[in-house]
Design a protein around this ligand. Structure first.
Ligand code: ZN
Length: 607
């Protein structure tokens, strides 16, 4: 993962930003700078400008800015190391990695990717021409797949045999196992991992085959779906089926659809919505969310978000806040799934995708839809259930909007509802165990994810975000956290109150003793909680969270300023710095620099 810093610097030095950008838009020299139409947004007059000597760019239209690495990341949708590798390849630089064996690791990874690619092609040809694949072909035809779709999605057939693939690939046992293509049976013979299944290859956003989802034929034995197991290339909590095909349209339309089945993804595409991805036998994870947000901030959930339960709602709100995302839910006619609807009524599917419901609205509508609103008791019960759902939302202004609507619908005075809502928020109902998802194509997790996860414990309103983790450090390792404890770095009022309390007392015991109950509880919890995070990581994450807010602030200052150019260097610097922090082993020095910058900005703003 870690590219040697020196090599990153070398890549930067050897890269001519003008040459890189020229691959995407035509630049003309204007004085000291180069200018052209912005490749990141549609425009008729040039507002994109490149400083060749400094290797920085800035767009006065959409505010895109950064250096060559940022440029490649954004235009090619790569992560930081991916962008460095992309540029290094152009510049003919061989990269070294921070762990001694890491370039070995890279070599192996490339070898494994070459195996999965060969396997994908072999399975695909097998489906197209194999005599034993006739049943698979006719099943796919019956589900509406034509030859173009089979080719586009590289769908394959794993023959119902022992070791045809692994014998064909002629690679080491180790590699075949590591790539998830084979396994050693009890007699120590290598066997094909997939057998007698239609295979949907899963590619990463760089078009590399990381694994497969295998569907059995309708009358075969075994679980309906079997996915690759986690291995060197495949991690199910990061894998998103079809991200490689969906990303371009997700960027263009500023929206991405997340569903649960391979065939749903293809159904969306058939209906003219080529921006759907599927999780592969798990619920949506934070890792998935991090990948999705590289392409858009608007995430539409195309599965039953209500059945996923209360803990799903908590996660969604936490992600919305932490990653500045908007989640909404696709509303489909009862009993239909995207794949069916794509066939029977593609217009309805398109219209549902164009007008998804905000997450909370969807849940409230669902509760009220199931209630009997014809009599007073029914309306009171409905209001009670709706308040429980509304109470989960972290934003008081949003909650109040819903309270007012609820007051109308249930004919109850809004003031009463507000009082009741505060009760519910103080004493939330314990989360229900997650119910299993059901339906014809929704049981993919039976293969490799048995049972449901335990619901996470209820958290106090501060949540378990990075602010809380920094506070925990402030309590347990104050000397480490001290430079980060600027009041204005914290957004949550309880967090600020806790900080204040710590500052005004010499010992934790004293601080707890004279704190208001909510703060006292928090401080006590923090003092006893085990942290699984590295302090350095926590502080780096915190600095970049504050930094991201500061970036937004700076950009809006620049917009309002008569001289926006004056901001472009600091904006570019901040973007580059934030990019570095996304790198898993961010340098302490980068964090220190960012921290110094933030403290300075905040003290000026407030002093
Ligand atoms: Zn632009």
């Amino acid at each position: 993962m870690g590219i040697v810093d020196e090599d990153i610097a070398r890549v930067r030095e050897s890269t001519d930003l003008v040459a890189v950008v020229s691959g995407y838009t035509q630049l003309k020299r204007v004085g000291q700078r180069w200018s052209g139409l912005c490749p990141f947004h549609n425009e008729k007059s040039a507002s994109f400008s490149v400083n060749q000597a400094e290797g920085l760019y800035h767009c006065f239209g959409c505010k895109a800015s950064g250096d060559a690495i940022t440029f490649v990341r954004e235009i090619e949708h790569l992560d930081f190391p991916g962008a460095v590798e992309w540029l290094a390849a152009k510049a003919g630089i061989t990269l070294r990695y921070t762990e001694r064996d890491e370039s070995e690791g890279r070599k192996r990874q490339n070898r494994l990717f070459s195996l999965t690619e060969q396997a994908c092609e072999w399975y695909h040809q097998r489906l197209r021409t194999g005599a034993d694949a006739a049943a698979a072909r006719s099943y796919l035809r019956s589900r509406g797949f034509d030859a173009d779709e089979v080719a586009r999605y590289r769908i394959g057939w794993a023959p119902d045999d022992w070791d045809q693939l692994v014998r064909t690939l002629k690679a080491s046992h180790d590699d075949l196992e590591a790539a998830g293509l084979g396994f050693l049976n009890r007699r120590n013979r290598l066997q094909d991992f997939f057998r007698g299944r239609i295979l949907f290859p899963i590619l990463d956003e760089r078009d590399r085959v990381i694994g497969f989802g295998g569907r059995k034929l309708p009358d075969a034995d075994g679980p309906k779906y079997q996915n690759s197991r986690d291995n060197v290339l495949y991690n199910k909590s990061k894998a998103l089926y079809a991200i490689n095909w969906a990303k371009a349209d997700a960027v263009a339309s500023d929206q991405i659809v997340v569903c649960e089945g391979y065939t749903d993804v293809i159904g969306f595409s058939r209906a003219g919505i080529p921006r759907a991805v599927a999780t592969c036998g798990t619920a949506l994870t934070e890792d998935h969310v991090r990948i999705l947000k590289r392409f858009t901030r608007n995430i539409v959930l195309a599965y039953d978000a209500d059945e996923a339960g209360q803990s799903a709602a908590e996660r969604v709100y936490a992600w919305e806040a932490a990653h500045d995302l908007r989640f909404s839910v696709l509303e489909l006619p009862a009993g239909s799934d995207p794949d069916d609807l794509a066939r029977t009524d593609p217009d309805a599917l398109r219209s549902a995708v164009e007008h998804p419901r905000p997450f909370l609205e969807f849940r409230v509508t669902r509760v009220l839809g199931a209630a009997d609103l014809s009599g007073p008791e029914g309306r009171a019960r409905a209001a009670e259930s709706a308040l429980e759902v509304i109470a989960e939302h972290p934003d008081p202004l949003v909650r109040d909007q819903y309270v007012m609507e609820l007051a109308d619908t249930c004919r109850i005075d809004a003031t009463q509802l507000r009082v009741r809502l505060e009760d519910v928020r103080r004493n939330p109902r314990p989360p229900e165990p997650e119910r299993r998802r059901r339906g014809p194509d929704r049981d993919q997790d039976r293969g490799d994810d048995p049972g449901s996860r335990p619901a996470p414990p209820r958290r106090p309103p501060l949540g378990d975000g990075v602010e809380r983790e920094v506070l925990r450090l402030a309590v347990n390792q104050p000397e480490l956290a001290a430079p980060f404890l600027e009041d204005s770095f914290f957004r949550h009022p309880t967090a600020r109150a806790a900080l204040d309390q710590l500052r005004r007392n010499d010992t934790l015991a004293q601080a707890v003793e004279d704190a208001p109950p909510e703060v006292a509880d928090l401080l006590t919890e923090l003092a006893v909680e085990e942290s699984t995070s590295e302090p350095g990581d926590v502080l780096a994450r915190f600095a970049s969270e504050v930094g991201r807010r500061e970036l937004a602030e700076l950009e809006s200052e620049a917009r309002a300023s008569p001289d926006p150019l004056a901001y472009s260097d600091v904006v570019a610097w901040l973007k580059v710095t934030l990019d570095h922090l996304r790198h898993p082993r961010a340098e302490v020095e980068t964090v220190t620099q960012l921290l110094a910058f933030l403290r300075d900005r905040h003290q000026h703003a407030r002093g």
